[in-house]
Design a protein around this ligand. Structure first.
Ligand SMILES: [Zn+2]
Length: 466
C-alpha cells in the first residue's frame, strides 16, 4: 500500500490523502484549503492527482476543510463513488451548497482585484451544478459494517465522536502481506454528552492521526459548565443579553444541548434561547433526523419538551429580535464573526455593558472574533465603529477535538500500531504530540510534508525517493 500526503500537512485545512494499491487509487477526504492567504485559489484549484484517475473517495465528515473540494474534483472529471455516512451526506448537502455560495462572492472579489491589475478573470472553482453532481455520487455506509469497494481492500467506517456522522476510516488490504491503515479523520472526545466516544479500530499497523490539539489538554467539561453558568447568571441579573457566535454544524447544537441541560437542572436561569442563522437551523434539523446516532439519553433539541428554543430563518424576525426585551441568549453564525447575522447582534450588544459575548470556538487571526477575544475596545462592523463595552468570554473547552491525552490514549489502545502520521495540526501542535508519542514507546512518528509519499508494509514504512 502506498500513501501520499497532500493537504492538512503541517496545517489544519485541505484534508486530503492519496492511498494506492496495485491497481487502484483512493482519496481519504477532499477538503478545501481555508484562510486569508492570496494563493488560496491556486491551492484549491490544484488536485493531488488527475481527478479521473481516482477510483473512489472515503469521506470522514462534512466539515468543508474535509469535504469542500469534492465538487472541484467532480468538476474536473471524477465520476466514482464518494463513501460517507448518511448524516455526513445530509450535512454535505447544506455545507457544500453554502461553500459554492461563499466561493462565488470570493471569486467576484478576486476578479475585481485582478481586473484592476489588468489580469484576466478566473473561473469559480465550482458551482451549484457541481455540488448537485457531487451529492449524486455519494454512497451511504453504515458504521461498523465492513464493505469491499473492490477485490483489493475492505473498508470500515466507525464513529469518530467529532460531529454528527463523523467517522474513523480503516482500510484493510487483502493479499499475502495485508496492510491495515486507519485514518482518524477529526477525532472527538470521550465524556461528550452529545456524541458517542471515538471508536478504537482494530488491527491497524499504521494510522493517520489528527493533531489539532496535539500540544495541550482541555479543561474538564464540568469546569466549563460551571464557568458558563456563572457568566450567564450574572448577565441575566444585570438585565443583559448573551450572544454566542457559533459554527452552524456541531458547535451550535452542542451549545443547545449544554444550555438545555443547564436550564433543566436549574443551574442557569430559564430564559429564551434563539438560534438565528438559516444554516444553523438546517443543520439542527439534520441533528434531529439523525438523533439515533447520537450518544446518550439527552432529549433531542427542538422537541416540544424544550419550548425555550426558537429557530429563526426569516430576516425580518432576525432584525426584530434586536428589539426584544432582555434577557435572552442568541446562538448565531458565523462562529468567527467574519460574516452573517452575528454581525447585527454584535453591533447591537457590544456597546451595552450589561451584555456579554460568549465565544465557544477557535477564531483565526485577523477575524472580528479574534479581535474581540484579544480584548480590542473598538471594532468596525459594516463600516461603522463599534465601542466594546459588553463582557467578552472565551471557552475553548467545548471543542469537538480530542486533546493531547485523548489522542495519545486512542493510539495507546491500538497496541499493534507501528507508525503514526500526524496531520491536521499546526507544526507546533504536531511536533509536541510527536514527541510525546515517541517518548512513550515503539511507534514511529512522521509529521509529513505535502507531496511526501510512503510505502506501507505490515511492519515498516519506507519513504519514497524524490
Ligand atoms: Zn472537523
Amino acid at each position: 500500500m502506498k500513501l501520499r500526503f497532500f493537504g492538512a500537512t503541517r496545517s489544519v485545512s485541505g484534508s486530503c490523502h492519496v492511498v494506492e494499491t496495485l491497481s487502484r487509487r483512493w482519496l481519504l477526504d477532499c477538503g478545501l484549503f481555508q484562510g486569508l492567504s492570496p494563493d488560496m485559489y491556486e491551492r484549491n484549484a490544484l488536485l493531488p492527482v488527475p481527478a479521473s484517475s481516482i477510483d473512489a473517495v472515503f469521506l470522514s465528515h462534512a466539515h468543508v476543510d474535509h469535504s469542500g473540494n469534492l465538487p472541484r474534483l467532480v468538476s474536473q472529471g471524477f465520476t466514482g463513488p464518494i463513501y460517507a455516512t448518511p448524516a455526513t451526506i445530509d450535512l454535505c448537502s447544506i455545507l457544500l451548497a453554502d461553500s459554492a455560495y461563499v466561493l462565488r462572492s470570493q471569486t467576484t472579489m478576486l476578479n475585481q482585484k485582478r481586473e484592476r491589475r489588468g489580469l484576466a478573470p478566473l473561473p469559480q472553482l465550482y458551482g451549484e451544478d457541481d455540488v448537485a453532481q457531487t451529492l449524486r455520487q455519494m454512497r451511504p455506509v453504515t458504521w461498523n459494517e465492513p464493505f469491499a469497494p473492490c477485490a483489493e481492500i475492505e473498508v470500515v467506517f466507525q464513529p469518530a465522536g467529532h460531529i454528527l456522522g463523523a467517522s474513523i476510516i480503516t482500510l484493510r488490504e487483502r493479499g499475502d502481506l495485508p496492510v491495515t491503515l486507519a485514518f482518524s479523520g477529526d477525532l472527538g472526545r470521550r465524556g461528550d454528552w452529545l456524541l458517542a466516544a471515538p471508536a478504537v479500530p482494530s488491527g491497524a499497523q499504521h494510522v493517520i492521526l489528527e493533531s489539532t490539539y496535539g500540544d495541550r489538554n482541555h479543561r474538564p467539561y464540568a469546569y466549563a459548565r460551571s464557568e458558563l453558568c456563572k457568566s450567564i447568571s450574572s448577565t441575566v441579573q444585570a438585565g443583559g443579553r448573551i450572544v454566542i457566535p457559533a459554527f452552524s454544524v456541531g458547535r451550535t447544537q452542542r451549545m443547545l444541548y449544554e444550555l438545555r441541560a443547564l436550564m433543566a437542572s436549574g443551574d442557569v436561569p430559564d430564559i429564551p434561547v434563539f438560534v438565528d442563522s438559516p444554516l444553523s437551523v438546517k443543520a439542527s434539523e439534520h441533528f434531529i433526523r439523525h438523533a439515533g446516532t447520537c450518544a446518550l439519553a439527552v432529549p433531542v433539541v427542538g422537541t416540544p419538551a424544550w419550548m425555550n428554543c426558537t429557530y429563526i430563518t426569516d430576516g425580518a424576525e432576525s432584525r426584530a429580535l434586536l428589539d426584544k426585551p432582555e434577557p435572552y441568549i442568541v446562538i448565531t453564525a458565523a462562529g468567527m464573526c467574519e460574516a452573517g447575522r452575528v454581525l447585527r447582534h454584535l453591533a447591537r450588544n457590544l456597546p451595552d455593558p450589561a451584555s456579554r459575548v460568549l465565544f465557544v470556538g477557535f477564531c483565526a487571526a485577523d477575524t472580528l472574533g479574534r479581535m474581540l477575544q484579544d480584548g480590542q475596545k473598538q471594532v468596525r462592523i459594516a463600516g461603522e465603529t463599534v465601542h466594546v463595552r459588553a463582557a467578552i468570554d472565551y471557552f475553548d473547552t467545548f471543542s469537538s477535538h480530542a486533546d493531547q491525552s485523548g489522542l495519545r490514549q486512542w493510539l495507546a489502545e491500538q497496541p499493534g500500531v507501528r507508525s503514526a502520521f500526524l496531520v491536521h495540526g499546526e507544526q507546533e501542535q504536531s511536533f509536541s504530540l510527536a514527541e510525546q508519542i515517541e517518548n512513550a514507546g515503539s511507534v514511529e512518528v512522521v509529521v509529513p510534508f505535502s507531496g511526501e509519499e510512503f510505502i506501507l508494509a505490515p511492519d515498516t514504512i519506507e519513504e519514497c525517493a524524490g
